[in-house]
Design a protein around this ligand. Sequence first.
Ligand SMILES: *[C@@H]1O[C@H](CO)[C@@H](O)[C@H](O)[C@H]1NC(C)=O
Ligand SMILES: *[C@@H]1O[C@H](CO)[C@@H](O)[C@H](O)[C@H]1NC(C)=O
Ligand SMILES: *[C@@H]1O[C@H](CO)[C@@H](O)[C@H](O)[C@H]1NC(C)=O
Ligand SMILES: *[C@@H]1O[C@H](CO)[C@@H](O)[C@H](O)[C@H]1NC(C)=O
Ligand SMILES: *[C@@H]1O[C@H](CO)[C@@H](O)[C@H](O)[C@H]1NC(C)=O
Ligand SMILES: *[C@@H]1O[C@H](CO)[C@@H](O)[C@H](O)[C@H]1NC(C)=O
Ligand SMILES: *[C@@H]1O[C@H](CO)[C@@H](O)[C@H](O)[C@H]1NC(C)=O
Ligand SMILES: *[C@@H]1O[C@H](CO)[C@@H](O)[C@H](O)[C@H]1NC(C)=O
Ligand SMILES: *[C@@H]1O[C@H](CO)[C@@H](O)[C@H](O)[C@H]1NC(C)=O
Ligand SMILES: *[C@@H]1O[C@H](CO)[C@@H](O)[C@H](O)[C@H]1NC(C)=O
Ligand SMILES: *[C@@H]1O[C@H](CO)[C@@H](O)[C@H](O)[C@H]1NC(C)=O
Ligand SMILES: *[C@@H]1O[C@H](CO)[C@@H](O)[C@H](O)[C@H]1NC(C)=O
Length: 577
Amino acid sequence: MHSSTDMAMSWSLLLPFALALVASASHAAIVEHTFNVGNLSISQLCQPDRIITAVNGQLPGPTIRASEGDTVVVHLVNESPYGMTIHWHGIFQRGSQWADGPAMVTQCPVQTGGNYTYSFNVTGQEGTLWWHAHFSFLRATVYGALIILPRGGAKAYPFTKPDKEEIVMFGEWWNANVFDLQQMALLTGIPAGPADAYTINGKPGDLYNCSAPNQTHMFEVRKNETYLLRIINAALNTPLFFKVANHTFTVVAADACYTTPYKTNVVVVGPGQTVDALMVADATVGRYYMAASPYDSGIPSGPAFSKTVATAVLEYAGGANTTSPPALPQLPEFNDTDTAHRFLSNLTALVLPGKPTMPLAVDTRMFVTVGMGVADCQPEQTLCNRSRTMFASSMNNASFVPPRSTSMLEAHYSNATAGVYTRDFPDQPPILFDYTADASNNATMQYTTKSTKVRTLRYNETVEMVLQNTRLIAKESHPMHLHGFNFFVLAQGFGNYNQTTAAPQFNLVNPQERNTVLVPTGGWAVIRFIADNPGIWYMHCHFEAHLDLGLGMVFEVQDGPTPDTSLPAPPKDLPQC
Ligand SMILES: *[C@@H]1O[C@H](CO)[C@@H](O)[C@H](O)[C@H]1NC(C)=O
Ligand SMILES: *[C@@H]1O[C@H](CO)[C@@H](O)[C@H](O)[C@H]1NC(C)=O
Ligand SMILES: *[C@@H]1O[C@H](CO)[C@@H](O)[C@H](O)[C@H]1NC(C)=O
Ligand SMILES: *[C@@H]1O[C@H](CO)[C@@H](O)[C@H](O)[C@H]1NC(C)=O
Ligand SMILES: *[C@@H]1O[C@H](CO)[C@@H](O)[C@H](O)[C@H]1NC(C)=O
Ligand SMILES: *[C@@H]1O[C@H](CO)[C@@H](O)[C@H](O)[C@H]1NC(C)=O
Ligand SMILES: *[C@@H]1O[C@H](CO)[C@@H](O)[C@H](O)[C@H]1NC(C)=O
Ligand SMILES: *[C@@H]1O[C@H](CO)[C@@H](O)[C@H](O)[C@H]1NC(C)=O
Ligand SMILES: *[C@@H]1O[C@H](CO)[C@@H](O)[C@H](O)[C@H]1NC(C)=O
Ligand SMILES: *[C@@H]1O[C@H](CO)[C@@H](O)[C@H](O)[C@H]1NC(C)=O
Ligand SMILES: *[C@@H]1O[C@H](CO)[C@@H](O)[C@H](O)[C@H]1NC(C)=O
Ligand SMILES: *[C@@H]1O[C@H](CO)[C@@H](O)[C@H](O)[C@H]1NC(C)=O
């Protein structure tokens, strides 16, 4: 392992090679970066220095800024001791399916000392997205923002042009090595413990028992100016409430899709989700806390979570008393599902000419349970106590395991799927039952088995999926993320889904469009998307702990009729296993 001085030197040598070409107003540009992934020595929470995995020695990693229509090229150079892949969360990857990133789904990890160039366009997308490692728990420290401006710049926003923009990116910090945590969770079948802190732009803030001056992110504002906050939840396992004392928000976008302006004093953001909100600095000149606190949706109780609050400080220029403590917002209770649901269910799309509209005809209907369960210890789980079963999670009672020898996209492309995956992911659970009743939470219903199943879709078919949370082990609000597409959220509610009562509530006019939906705890959500992007697309819970336990499935979308609608050949430098 390198010493920290060696690393500091190699970073200073490599950083100048990271270049970003700025888009000209009228032409699509190439936005190019080099991501050197390696060890970074850092002290958080006044603990001794820790070695973490980070991009270009930064936490969070570098921000990518592009304009709609640009091509983003990122050279990933893996100098870390672990395998590495990067997922460009929310990017459609049309024509660049091999750049999506999830380990063993679209690519083998880049080995230590290896490199891979991700290249994709950001056509037809604008707003706040992000990127993160998609291997082990490494996204805990390998993540950053990906901002796509409109082609015409900020003046082309469909809302008041802000005076300034700020990235507000939440994370979760462990004092322990997160790769080791994941390995131990896998070997034992016991999920890793809660984070030691939540962070805002990499810093926990000063409500933790540590007063280092560099642990709090500062935002400076000017009286009466309007700020566009690009809020991103990069935390591994925790949805968060976000408030700023004495300030309110107008939400204008979520998951890089514009929304009807929505006024609120609290933002709710699940892992994987983003929210763009305007905030006017209209309070008395002073200092205010921006605070992120956990939303715990577990009923009767979910996994342990850190009952702490991350803060940053909003400080007005010109005259704020810097010795008086900032005002703290009144935060919702950790289990305030009413507040979470009010925010999440009230967002609607801003319907704009030329933007995708809701498909009204449906080709394939799926009813999919999402939730927890148990499974037998697997052979590779050498520390698993074989006298008991271990936690598992599943969709339609199939608990997903990624293949080991080759990626699913390579198997799909070369038509060599035998031994890699099977095409039998079911359209409904094997048993129809009272999904949310306490009485259903018995050993028989909890039991699930491991498999690698896909649902094959014809090119261009419209899929409607009901996501139904269960009471097995615990009800929880799972952030379900779909790769390769946005989907429309037609309706959501609590209890068991009932088509007769739900269908009249469907929003067929301006449903919110997202890439990640927080399915209400003990409830359901209905989504629709058009499978017009051939390839292999992961759909999974964005709680890293649940992903590891199998809460995922994969869509295999067949080629369309033309070369343009078909999966291209893999790039020459695609990493091999
Ligand atoms: C804060 O500064 C100290 C001393 O320079 C450094 O060791 C530590 O890594 C820094 N922590 C963060 C979170 O930047
Ligand atoms: C880029 O965007 C266009 C328009 O959506 C698409 O046709 C093309 O295949 C995309 N991908 C690449 C790699 O050029
Ligand atoms: C990337 O890997 C190739 C093949 O191993 C190697 O030739 C090249 O030097 C590497 N580039 C960098 C920047 O490490
Ligand atoms: C802020 O706006 C208020 C109301 O319009 C005005 O009275 C005040 O002078 C403004 N302050 C500054 C510093 O611009
Ligand atoms: C902030 O809001 C609180 C509660 O609404 C109020 O008591 C306090 O006076 C406000 N502080 C400032 C500086 O406006
Ligand atoms: C600043 O705040 C401190 C602590 O609340 C207080 O003692 C001091 O008088 C304040 N200074 C001014 C100029 O208001
Ligand atoms: C939330 O938790 C508190 C205790 O922390 C409890 O009194 C309250 O009933 C809970 N609310 C809900 C809706 O579960
Ligand atoms: C939002 O949704 C809730 C139901 O959860 C509803 O009571 C409320 O009126 C809605 N509207 C707004 C503006 O919050
Ligand atoms: C894929 O392989 C199977 C089995 O070898 C074969 O029957 C099938 O025709 C192949 N499909 C394509 C599209 O090549
Ligand atoms: C377990 O729950 C299911 C679904 O509610 C039910 O059909 C079954 O009878 C229950 N089994 C036992 C042993 O309680
Ligand atoms: C996709 O489906 C839509 C609606 O059914 C249809 O209008 C369009 O022509 C189809 N596109 C292709 C390439 O098949
Ligand atoms: C669904 O709702 C309808 C109308 O309220 C009701 O008649 C029906 O029994 C419900 N179905 C189930 C399975 O509960």
